[in-house]
Every structure is written in structure tokens, then in C-alpha cells.
Design a protein around this ligand. Structure first.
Ligand SMILES: *Cc1c(COP(=O)(O)O)cnc(C)c1O
Length: 421
């Protein structure tokens, strides 16, 4: 496998970008490959290597790369202009569509990233309750902003800096942590800080330390205790939205949050975020209320056009098919792990999967106890076999609708070979 062009680019990038990359998780050691082209389930790098892509840009590319319907939608929108600074019809249409799919979002706002969406949702919760403290789940990732960068998953966990420097102590003290899948711990924190907590923000399925699934009844238990204690519940569905079902995890598990954040898939691969929820809360957002949020790129028509084309396909039966393919793929992968008598676990749901080098984790601490060094060895071997998994034990791998059975079978063969040795 050739790599000199990627190595050369990385050597130059190190002097220009922090760590040579634009986002931390991309800093694959000793050097990342530089992508020059993408199509369907494949990436090609600048040295001419071809990879089957299970990273899928960490989630948004659920249709794979360069889906023709998305290209057409974007081209049509480009012909009409791509940024107006005024309202446009597509934002009304997409707002109606999302609120129909997610009845808990009675009112919503389009922003440009998931980070902005969670920032705003937390502000709404604080503004509406007049309380400062929030609870988050350990290992949950809600974007890279101050209130959320505490025991955060994703790149922060991979790099071993889940608590970022530069977050004021006065901010950090308002973010309380609870372990996932533990209602007793949640109730203890609620008791201890009674009357001071605005909201609990959580990923219904943890997606940023690898997929970690809720125990039976856990999400409903969270809903009940937050409601009983007048704490707003925010589901961060930036990964699970339009994935577990078109109506997200809230539909799949039948648990209704007060506020929700969405992103990734709903922009069709273009930058997007959504926050929304109960009418009485969202009506407090400016200009109808006193909680401020604004953005030059809010409701940008190109991401909305790409998102609309994506939803058309997912709602047309593609999502059900993809999720069935995910089940089948995880079973086949589990079988390989079992046949080789390895002490690993294959975990996931819908189009999410991960090989954990250890027992199936039920929370952050258990995920951290998996053998991340051995995972990295597997990652490198798979890359040499032309399979691009996410480069960390703590990132979820994804399937797309563009992954053919042939490609999936080829991947399973590569797992068989590389898990063995
Ligand atoms: C990716 C992610 C975010 C942040 O979204 P960006 O678009 O990267 O800002 C927030 N929450 C969750 C659950 C995510 O996976």
C-alpha cells in the first residue's frame, strides 16, 4: 500500500493546523490518509488506495457518498441561490416535516451544527426554568462547547482529555454527571441538588463511546424522575435521529422528551443542527421570547434541500432495509467473534455497530475498560485490508444504504482474517 502522498500532506499540515487536522478524532497515528474522492460505500485516498467506509463522516452519510438524488436536490437549489438572509419556503416545509415525524418537537429552529443545537437547547432549558445546573451522562458527547465538555465522549475520550482545559470552573461546576443506565445514581444527584437543576441532556443510545444501549425501562425511568422533579429532559438525537427510526430513538423506545436536538443525517451531509420541543418552551426563544439564539447560516437552503432528499429516500423504505441489514451484519460479525473464541463483543442497533475488546459495556466506565490498544491494532489491519473503521475504540461504526451485500461480505472476510491473527 502506498502512502507517500498522505504522509507528505500530513507533514505539511502539522505546521498549519493543530495536530495537523481540522477535528481531533481525525488525527490517526502515525498519519491519516487524505481522501481525494468518495462514491457510494467507498473512499479513495491521494495515493490511490480504496477503502470501504464505515466511518461515514461519523454519521451523516447514511446514504453513502454522492447519492444521485441528493446531488440533484443540491444542484436544483444552487440554481435558485444558496443563502438569502431572508425566510424561504423550504424551511417551512422542512419544519413541518420534522415536526410531523417528531411530535415532541412542536416548534423548532434550524442551526448549522449539532454543537449549536445542544448549546441552544441547554440555554432554553436554563432560560425557561431559571436554574443553572444541568445533568449530563458520563461519556455522552453533545458537541465541543463549555457546558458539555465534561466527561465527554468522542475525540475527547480517545485523546484522554474528556475534561477540556479552558472551561471556567464556574461553568464546570454547573454540569453534574451521572453514569448511564443507573437510575439510582440519577435520583441521588437530583436529591442532592434539589431545585437547582434545569435539565438532563443525554443521548438515548450512547453513540460517542461506541454504541451503548439502554437497559429495559431505563429511558422511561429517566423520563419519570425528571418529570417528577420538574427537570426538563433533552434527548440529543444528533446520531440516533432519522436512524433508529425516522422518528428517532424517542419513537423507537416510545419515550417523549421536552426538548430534542437533531443534526447529521437531516442535512444530507451538509452542515445542520435542529433544536426544538414543547411549544411553551420554544416560544420563549427570540424573537417570540427572551432566550436569544441567532445565526447567519440558520435555515440555510442547501442543507435543507439535501436533507429533504435524504428523508424522501429513508422514509421510502430504505431505512427499514438498512436497519435489517445492520441486524444481519452484527449477527454475522458476532458469529465470527464466537467461532474464534475471542473475549470481544459485537454491539449496536439499527445501522450502528462496534467490536468492543471486552464485555458489552453498559456505561462509560465499562467502555473505558475495553482494550483500546488491541482495537487500534485491528483498525490498522482492517485499513490494510481496505476497510476503514472508525479509528478509536470509542467511536461508532456505521452502515449506509450504499453498502452492497458483496461489500458487507468482503468486510466480514476481512474481520475473520484480521481478528484471527
Ligand atoms: C456529532 C454530535 C454532536 C455535535 O454535532 P456537530 O455537528 O459535530 O457539532 C452533538 N451530539 C451528538 C450526540 C453527536 O454525535
Amino acid at each position: 500500500m502506498r502512502s507517500d502522498a498522505s504522509e507528505r500532506l500530513f507533514a505539511k499540515a502539522r505546521g498549519l493546523l493543530p495536530g495537523g487536522v481540522s477535528s481531533p478524532v481525525r488525527a490517526i497515528q502515525p498519519f491519516p490518509f487524505y481522501t481525494s474522492r468518495a462514491e457510494g460505500s467507498f473512499l479513495w485516498d491521494v495515493d490511490g488506495n480504496k477503502y470501504i467506509d464505515y466511518c461515514l463522516a461519523y454519521g451523516p452519510m447514511i446514504l453513502g457518498h454522492r447519492n444521485p438524488a441528493v446531488i440533484k436536490a443540491v444542484e436544483e437549489q444552487l440554481q435558485k441561490g444558496w443563502l438569502y438572509g431572508t425566510p424561504s419556503e423550504i424551511e417551512v416545509e422542512m419544519a413541518e416535516r420534522v415536526t410531523n415525524l417528531y411530535p415532541s418537537l412542536q416548534i423548532l429552529r434550524f442551526v448549522s451544527t449539532g454543537t449549536e443545537a445542544t448549546m441552544a437547547a441547554i440555554r432554553v432549558a436554563r432560560g425557561a426554568t431559571g436554574k443553572d445546573k444541568i445533568i449530563k451522562v458520563e461519556g455522552g458527547f453533545h458537541g465541543a462547547h463549555d457546558s458539555a465538555l465534561i466527561k465527554a465522549g468522542s475525540g475527547a475520550t480517545t485523546l484522554g482529555i474528556p475534561d477540556s482545559k479552558g472551561v471556567p470552573a464556574d461553568t464546570a461546576k454547573n454540569t453534574l454527571q451521572v453514569p448511564y443506565n443507573d437510575l439510582k445514581a440519577l435520583e441521588a444527584v437530583i436529591r442532592k441538588f434539589k431545585g437547582q437543576i434545569a435539565c438532563l441532556i443525554m443521548e438515548p443510545v450512547l453513540g460517542n463511546i461506541g454504541p451503548v444501549l439502554p437497559k429495559e425501562g431505563y429511558l422511561q425511568g429517566v423520563r419519570d424522575s425528571t418529570k417528577d422533579n420538574e427537570i426538563l429532559l433533552i434527548f440529543d438525537e444528533v446520531i440516533t435521529g432519522f436512524r433508529l427510526s425516522v422518528g428517532g430513538a424517542q419513537k423507537y423506545y416510545d419515550v417523549t422528551p421536552d426538548l430534542t436536538t437533531l443534526g447529521k443525517i437531516v442535512g444530507g451531509g451538509f452542515p445542520i443542527g435542529i433544536f426544538g420541543g414543547r411549544r411553551d418552551l420554544m416560544e420563549q426563544v427570540a424573537p417570540s421570547g427572551g432566550i436569544y439564539q441567532a445565526g447567519t447560516f440558520n435555515g440555510s437552503p442547501v442543507p435543507l434541500a439535501a436533507g429533504r432528499a435524504t428523508l424522501d429516500i429513508l422514509e421510502g423504505g430504505a431505512l427499514d432495509k438498512l436497519n435489517a441489514a445492520g441486524d444481519k451484519f452484527r449477527s454475522a460479525l458476532s458469529e465470527i467473534v464466537n467461532d474464534l473464541s475471542l473475549p470481544y463483543s459485537v454491539v449496536g442497533i439499527a445501522s450502528m455497530f462496534k467490536v468492543f475488546f471486552g464485555k458489552e459495556p453498559r456505561n462509560y466506565a465499562e467502555a473505558l475498560s475495553c482494550d483500546k490498544t488491541s482495537y487500534l491494532k485491528l483498525f490498522r489491519k482492517m485499513l490494510s485490508s481496505g476497510v476503514f473503521l472508525t479509528p478509536s475504540q470509542y467511536e461508532t461504526d456505521f452502515l449506509s444504504t450504499a453498502h452492497s451485500q458483496e461489500v458487507l461480505d468482503q468486510t466480514l472476510e476481512a474481520f475473520k482474517l484480521n481478528l484471527k491473527s
